[in-house]
Design a protein around this ligand. Structure first.
Ligand SMILES: CC(C)(COP(=O)(O)OP(=O)(O)OC[C@H]1O[C@@H](n2cnc3c(N)ncnc32)[C@H](O)[C@@H]1OP(=O)(O)O)[C@@H](O)C(=O)NCCC(=O)NCCS
Length: 157
């Protein structure tokens, strides 16, 4: 699909403190149990990889990846509710995978709700495999929901 003449192509750039209101607003309308602003602020302070997909007028999506030694963890990957299924999640995931490769990471982990079909399809298509289950990891209506732990092994690329 080619862009219309004069159309702005969204760019991935580093998240800034001035993005926190917009990022928190996307988080609030997209997740049932959203992170608060303070968690994003802590991620910036912690020097995690924090990136946004910026249309030039609005933020569309963001991703946060922590790296420690030779292992990384996708802590959040979120596309604004009204902008999903247009390839933006894939674009940010590809960016995170390239970043991890560049940092010579051996394994990239993430947790996902077993009920999150779209995310599981996205991740498994990108080469993530199931590693196990974290019992009761997520809040859920009427109790807790387990997390599937997925891993991408770069040595097998
Ligand atoms: C999961 C999420 C990041 C996917 O991003 P997205 O921009 O909607 O997905 P993309 O358009 O890049 O889709 C990439 C692939 O994922 C799969 N996919 C995405 N949305 C899907 C849906 N609603 N149903 C089924 N498959 C879906 C498809 O395989 C798709 O490829 P295709 O378009 O060739 O069929 C996005 O839905 C989201 O932000 N959800 C809320 C937050 C969240 O759950 N984040 C993940 C936490 S672990």
């Amino acid at each position: 699909m080619s862009a219309q003449p004069g159309a702005v192509i969204p760019v991935i750039r580093v998240m800034r403190p001035s993005d926190l209101d917009a990022v928190t607003a996307i988080e609030q309308r997209t997740y049932e149990y959203p992170w608060g602003r303070g968690i994003f602020s802590d991620c910036l302070m912690a020097d995690y990889l924090c990136v946004v997909l910026d249309s030039g007028t609005d933020l569309i999506a963001y991703a946060i990846v922590s790296i420690a030694a030779a292992e990384g963890h996708i802590l959040n990957l979120c596309v604004d509710k009204n902008m999903q299924h247009r390839g933006y999640g894939q674009q940010l995931l590809d960016y995170a995978l390239d970043y991890a490769r560049h940092k010579c990471i051996k394994r990239l982990f993430l947790e996902v709700r077993p009920s999150n079909e779209a995310a599981i399809i996205l991740y498994t298509r990108a080469g993530f495999n199931s590693l196990g289950v974290r019992k009761g990891y997520y809040k859920a209506t009427g109790g807790n929901e387990d997390a599937l732990v997925l891993v991408h092994e770069f040595s097998s690329d």
